[in-house]
Design a protein around this ligand. Structure first.
Ligand code: NAG
Length: 298
């Protein structure tokens, strides 16, 4: 059943790349484009799976295919990780066949946000990713761009942006011809129950940052308070975003972000992240979209 859903979704992703929005119902196995999508929502696709396990399988396949595509096209693959449950859901990528088939030596790994703590601290996104992912695959350590954990939040954000600018200068990161911001191949993102992505929280002034690529926050509503984060324009400039949401914890934010009642005011950070020129795919399980089904007029 889920195999069928997956194929159907893939088919429609190709079909709707330039149309507003896709809602796929697992209940009825039919797909439709939501009529009321606003210009804020473009090129988004929704994949719904029966279980978190199936999300993990599909996310691994998707990531491996993008890796192959970008390595073929430009001999490098730039991937941006986040914290939370994302790393756990990526686990299938560290197993056969991907463990052997992915060209790990071409990977360059970044973080969409990071806590300003030592790299061996339990709150560190680097540590989370190292323990659950990076320690299991053969990515050269000089292609893993952790924050400099000896610096202040402000210093670490500046340092990270300097590193990104260097990678633009050496030709690893292209600048978007549309936005002028760096373009990452794939961002693997999660979302909080409040609809935050990276360390960009609802209603926070950092959402409006347009100059910097990387900035810092000292009053994160979620502990720890000090973090660095990519800014919204950088996220929006991605070539591909996988928004991975499983379980019931985020049902309200998912329902608002994907529901048909759209208002342009009062957008959640996840809703602001529509891509300028990329493909945004939601990877969800049934629990995550359980409030959405009621709303879908199938
Ligand atoms: C981190 O920053 C400190 C202070 O500027 C510097 O001495 C050190 O070399 C940096 N570490 C790395 C890994 O870049």
């Amino acid at each position: 059943m889920s195999g069928f859903v997956n194929q159907l979704t893939l088919y429609f992703i190709l079909e709707v790349l330039s149309s507003p929005f896709l809602v796929l119902s697992t209940a009825t196995h039919c797909a439709m484009a939501a009529a009321e999508a606003t210009s804020e929502i473009r090129k988004q696709a929704l994949r719904v799976f029966d279980s978190e396990e199936e999300v993990s399988v599909s996310l691994a396949k998707y990531t491996a295919e993008l890796s192959e595509k970008f390595v073929r096209e430009k001999r490098a693959f730039t991937t941006v990780l986040s914290g939370g449950t994302l790393i756990e859901t990526l686990r299938k990528l560290t197993e056969p066949p991907y463990l052997e088939s992915v060209d790990w030596a071409k990977w360059h790994v970044f973080w969409v946000d990071e806590r300003v703590v030592p790299k061996d601290h339990k709150d560190s996104n680097y540590k989370l990713a190292f323990d659950g992912f990076l320690s299991k695959v053969a990515i050269p350590s000089n292609q893993v761009y952790a924050i400099n954990d000896t610096l202040s939040a402000e210093g670490a954000a500046k340092d990270y942006e300097t590193v990104l600018k260097h990678l633009v200068n050496v030709g690893l990161l292209p600048l978007s011809s549309v936005t002028g911001y760096p373009v990452f191949d794939l961002m693997l993102l999660g979302m909080g129950p409040d609809g935050h992505i990276a360390s960009l929280f609802p209603g926070h002034p950092l959402l409006n940052e347009r100059e910097k690529w990387v900035t810092f926050i000292k009053d994160s509503p979620k502990p720890p308070p000090e973090r660095i984060t990519f800014t919204m324009p950088v996220i929006k400039s991605s070539a591909y975003v996988a928004m991975v949401v499983t379980g019931a914890g985020e049902v309200h934010a998912v329902s608002k972000a994907l529901g048909s009642e759209k208002r342009s005011s009062d957008l959640l950070p996840v809703e602001m992240a529509s891509l300028e020129d990329g493909e945004f795919t939601w990877f969800t399980d049934k629990a995550a979209v359980s409030m959405l089904k009621d709303k879908a007029s199938m």
